[in-house]
Design a binder for this molecule. Structure first.
Ligand code: 13P
Length: 243
């Protein structure tokens, strides 16, 4: 399975930096797929800068309906029109800061797929949940209730406690969780569940990328902070194994 290295810029980045960043990441190795998810305001500029490069473009959220009186929200067809092919949904920062439930994430994923976008659904446990031995149960519950029946997207396992902290789970813990996610996807989605990329996210850096990306059932990385530097994202992409 070709690995996907995705950069989640979160609420960082300005128009002035887009073209130079795009030029650098065009040097990415061809054995991985690259995906950049900048803020909405940079999508159109990125679409122009990345045209013909094979690097995909994603957004970080969408509304569950295709249009309507929803001040401040953004609809999936609008993202597609701006050049996005993917959309991150249910990131822990949205679950936490915007009260997004599994049901909301599922409705958004349905809207994304209807608009032709590939949803990247994020799951992951908190520190307290891991300490209580509930990590796999929490993630299985998120998968069971956040994925539409016809889900055809990407999963990102992002332990909340590993995001932006410099801490990562042990290799054994990542392997155990990704194996559990694969089993859940296969049970839930049948053969489709076998071919879904399961990304790892949470403090992925050039220094730890090779060991994380080499683990079984790790289908790529969802990179936050390190993706803001084009050279660091390239180094992470270069660290992906040739599978
Ligand atoms: P960091 O790579 O900054 O830990 O962020 C991970 C993340 O939340 C990506 O979606």
């Amino acid at each position: 399975m070709r690995q996907i290295i995705a950069g989640n810029w979160k609420m960082f980045g300005r128009l002035a930096g887009v073209t130079a960043y795009a030029e650098v990441i065009k040097a990415a190795p061809s054995h991985v797929s690259l995906l950049i998810c900048p803020p909405f305001t940079l999508l159109d500029r990125f679409a122009t800068a990345l045209k013909g490069s094979g690097i995909a473009l994603g957004a970080q959220d969408c509304h569950a309906t295709p249009e309507g009186a929803h001040t401040g929200d953004i609809a999936a067809p609008m993202l597609a029109e701006a050049g996005a092919t993917h959309v991150i949904l249910g990131h822990s920062e949205r679950r936490e800061n915007h009260g997004e439930t599994n049901a909301v994430v599922k409705a958004k994923a349905e809207a994304a797929q209807t608009a032709g976008l590939i949803p990247i659904i994020c799951v992951g446990e908190t520190d307290a949940q891991r300490d209580a031995g509930e990590a796999e149960h929490v993630v299985r519950t998120q998968l069971a209730h956040s994925l539409p029946a016809n889900f055809a997207g990407i999963i990102a396992y992002e332990p909340v406690w590993a995001i932006g902290t410099g801490r990562t789970p042990t290799e054994a813990d990542v392997t155990a969780m990704h194996t559990a996610i694969r089993a859940a996807l296969a049970a839930q989605l049948g053969t489709t569940g076998q071919s879904i990329n399961i990304l790892y996210g949470g403090s992925v850096k050039p220094g730890n990328a090779a060991s994380l990306l080499a683990l079984p059932e790790v289908g790529g990385a969802l990179v936050g902070g390190a993706s803001l530097k084009a050279e660091d994202l390239l180094a992470i992409a270069a660290a992906a194994p040739h599978r």
